[in-house]
Design a protein around this ligand. Structure first.
Ligand SMILES: [Mn+2]
Length: 317
């Protein structure tokens, strides 16, 4: 009898954590999914936004899993990610055969030796996909889980404003709001934004590594994003020390390029922090415009997945 660990990407955001919990709930309530002992897990501790949600609802976080927990009695479902670079450290090579299913809304980059179940939809949130599966199998999330899933959709789609947001996300979001008893969705969204934006407690390194992914675009490229309602503050008072932190993190990760996107979720605007001429050349080719004092304004682009990373990848080709 295998234990099926359901895990999101490293440095989990709300969607990664909640999609795992929602998928566990689905497996427990629709046995035909075939997983006897489904267990939601995370790969790193919660970030401040997700911690705020768990505190608000008085729910404890899923267990933190490492590759050492995997053995012949375990298998793995990936949610909210697929490619090796986003996976729990060690979940590659031989251990890759532990992966039996993937539910995701990111670009696929996999080439497995064994067949796996795949559910990919180009929607705004993995929780929208898990909710779609729940509907398909007649499973209704209980109230707290519905609140968490709504929060995930609102967080991943920046309150339905991101370019990644689809009609499915809006429709499922309103159904989940009804199940959760959330009548003031705008107020709920603002609370999540504020928790996301609480930069006063973050060090420079924490901002630079707030929500980052490392991509292989020919050059090893690190892209971090901070969604905030205090973009001006970040780019004035903190700019000099953030650039120093970027230099340290770039060396630590062995990245050839590093970009830190400071996204204002109310103004719907992103500014990139530009460390060296190497990043400046790539960013200006990708987005146009002119870098001024280490800052490039890239306008209303909010989505790393759909707007920022692909443009940088194209510029590097
Ligand atoms: Mn997601």
């Amino acid at each position: 009898m295998k234990t099926t660990y359901i895990i999101g990407h490293t440095k989990p955001d709300t969607d990664a954590v909640v999609a795992a919990m929602a998928f566990e709930y689905l497996c427990k309530n629709w046995k035909e999914m075939g997983y006897v002992t489904p267990v939601a897990a995370i790969t790193d501790p919660l970030n401040p936004e997700t911690q705020f949600l768990f505190d608000t609802f008085g729910v404890s976080a899923p267990k933190v899993l490492t590759a050492a927990d995997l053995n012949e009695n375990t298998e793995v479902v990936l949610v909210d990610h697929n490619e090796a670079s986003q996976r729990m450290s060690g979940l590659d090579g031989e251990l890759e055969s532990q992966i039996v299913e993937i539910v995701d809304h990111h670009k696929a980059n996999i080439n497995f030796n064994n067949p796996v179940y795949l559910t990919f939809k180009p929607w705004g949130s993995t929780c929208s996909i898990v909710y779609y599966l729940m509907k398909k199998f007649g499973v209704q999330p209980e109230k707290t889980l519905a609140s968490f899933m709504l929060a995930s959709i609102l967080s991943d789609t920046v309150g339905y404003k991101s370019a990644t947001c689809t009609e499915h996300d809006k429709k499922f979001g309103s159904e989940l709001a009804a199940l959760a008893g959330v009548t003031d969705v705008d107020g709920f969204t603002l609370e999540i934004f504020k928790a996301k934006s609480n930069i006063s407690t973050l060090t420079d390194e924490q901002i630079v590594k707030n929500d980052y992914k490392v991509f292989d675009f020919g050059k090893k490229t690190m892209i971090d994003q901070l969604e905030t309602v205090e973009q001006d503050l970040v780019l004035t008072q903190k700019k000099a020390s953030l650039l120093q932190a970027m230099e340290r993190v770039k060396a630590e990760l062995g990245a050839e390029l590093i970009f830190v996107a400071i996204t204002d979720i109310l103004k719907v605007n992103t500014k990139l922090l530009i460390l060296t001429q190497a990043e400046q050349a790539v960013a200006e080719k990708a987005f146009g415009g002119t870098t001024v004092d280490n800052v490039l304004d890239i306008g209303p682009k909010m989505s790393r997945k759909k707007e920022i990373a692909p443009a940088i990848e194209m510029a590097l080709k």
